[in-house]
Ligand binder design. Structure first.
Ligand code: ASP
Length: 437
């Protein structure tokens, strides 16, 4: 994407204006009726632009994954390579998630943010947010009722049109695309060549559509951010009455992942300059922050990783959609911090065994979380359930969850981009703009 004003500056501009507008209302307007009027105005006249932007990103996500993955596989000389890319991706994804949960546990046990919250303030928060908590709990219970092999069943769609009609079924689209791509390279070339050309052409068209959609980025980002701030202005008080410590713990743990762990892995395994890497993927990070959705950000993540970092189409088109769906380091890290915080506020003393349970369940819960706003919190209820902590406890953290969601989504997207860069380097498919030597 060549633009006079680079994409990351466009998104950043929208974001800054959004913070000025939304933050300004939160800080300077204290008349309840005026706040309500501004909230209504923002919901009716500003937010729709953000919704249009996110919808158009989601609109393009399934075609993008389908056509670029088939196109990537069609270019393979040897499809055992696909198995090797997939195996490495899953390996890296699981290991980084376990590290992320452990970082979360270390930070929260070190900071002990529950010590600054009085029992009374905790009870007030739980009752203030009990309605919202109820909704999350019932969604979590539905997830919990499914059997242990449900995730395998979920991989195989009964109907491709049905699978492609819902972005949360991205894994099913991936299954179809892999099967289609492998079949395509397995047939005679006189039959496969026209189909390959067709996929190549449509892939170009879809990429151009992403380009067009990104013209909406500044206004879309402005609308999303200002709406979050305006609608949440009353929750900022919660930060002051005691969960500021929790908020800072999550942010600190996420910063450790994004600015210490990932740069280290990039440097050691891929010899990539971390600063250059972060700059290359900054449009995707800013968009993740604005949309709170790895799925909506996927088209831009793919564009940045392929065109700015220099990862091959083959790796980009397979590893990133897979990562957007199953790899959520930010979410798993947050779930660890939140679970320990809530358990302690509610008077549970967690043993070493409980902490290990958190590692396991938060890893699985983050894999099972959909790449949409708020999904991580629904799965947090499952982690709490596993520990025997009342799920109503999520009421404690609901007020600031949207802000933390924005931050953990940035880490989720950064983790996916990092893993695809490392894999590309390992299999000789990193044509680099940001390698050090
Ligand atoms: N919003 C996150 C994502 O899309 C998931 C979550 O933690 O809620 O990556």
């Amino acid at each position: 994407m060549k633009r006079k004003f680079p994409l990351h500056w466009q998104i950043l501009t929208g974001l800054i204006f959004g913070v000025i507008y939304g933050g300004g209302v939160s800080i300077f307007v204290d008349t309840t009726s005026l706040v309500e009027a501004i909230q209504e105005f923002t919901a009716h006249w500003v937010k729709p632009w953000g919704t249009i932007f996110v919808n158009s990103l989601q609109l393009i996500a399934v075609p993008l994954v389908l056509f670029s993955l088939v196109n990537g596989i069609a270019g393979l000389k040897d499809f055992t390579k696909l198995g090797s890319i997939g195996g490495r991706a899953i390996g890296f994804y699981v290991i980084t998630t376990i590290i992320a949960v452990s970082v979360g546990l270390l930070v929260v046990n070190g900071f002990k943010p529950w010590e600054s919250l009085t029992v009374e303030a905790g009870k007030d928060l739980i009752s203030a947010y009990s309605n919202q908590a109820e909704k999350n709990i019932s969604s979590a219970q539905k997830v919990k009722e499914s059997g242990p092999l449900q995730f395998l069943i979920d991989l195989v769609p009964k109907n491709i049109v049905g699978a492609a009609s819902m972005n949360k079924n991205m894994l099913q689209v991936i299954t179809f695309a892999i099967l289609f791509g492998i079949a395509l390279i397995s047939i005679k070339s006189d039959k496969s060549e026209p189909v390959k050309k067709f996929f190549e052409g449509v892939n170009e068209v879809v990429l151009k559509m992403v380009d067009f959609i990104m013209y909406l980025a500044p206004i879309g980002t402005f609308a999303l951010i200002s709406n979050v701030f305006v609608q949440n202005s009353k929750h900022f008080g919660d930060l002051i009455i005691g969960i500021g410590g929790y908020f800072i713990s999550v942010i600190f743990a996420l910063v450790l992942l994004a600015l210490v762990l990932y740069p280290l892995i990039l440097w050691v395994f891929a010899k990539v300059n971390p600063l250059q890497f972060l700059k290359s993927i900054s449009p995707a990070q800013l968009l993740a922050f604005s949309t709170s959705s790895s799925a909506a950000t996927l088209p831009v993540t793919m564009d940045c990783v392929k065109n700015n970092v220099g990862v091959s189409e083959e790796v980009t088109s397979f590893v990133l959609p897979l990562g957007a769906t199953i790899n959520m380091d930010g979410t798993s890290c947050y779930q660890a911090v939140a679970a320990v915080f809530i358990a302690n506020v509610m008077g549970f003393d967690l043993t070493m065994m409980d902490q290990l349970t958190i590692v396991l369940t938060a890893t699985l819960a983050s894999i099972g979380s959909a790449a949409v706003p708020g999904a991580g919190m629904v799965m947090l209820a499952i982690v709490l359930g596993q520990l025997g902590v009342p799920m109503e406890g999520i009421g404690l953290i609901l007020g600031v969850d949207r802000l933390l969601d924005m931050c953990r989504t940035v880490v989720n997207v950064t983790g996916d981009a990092m893993v695809s860069t490392v894999i590309a380097k390992q299999i000789g498919q990193l044509k680099i703009k940001s390698v050090v030597n």
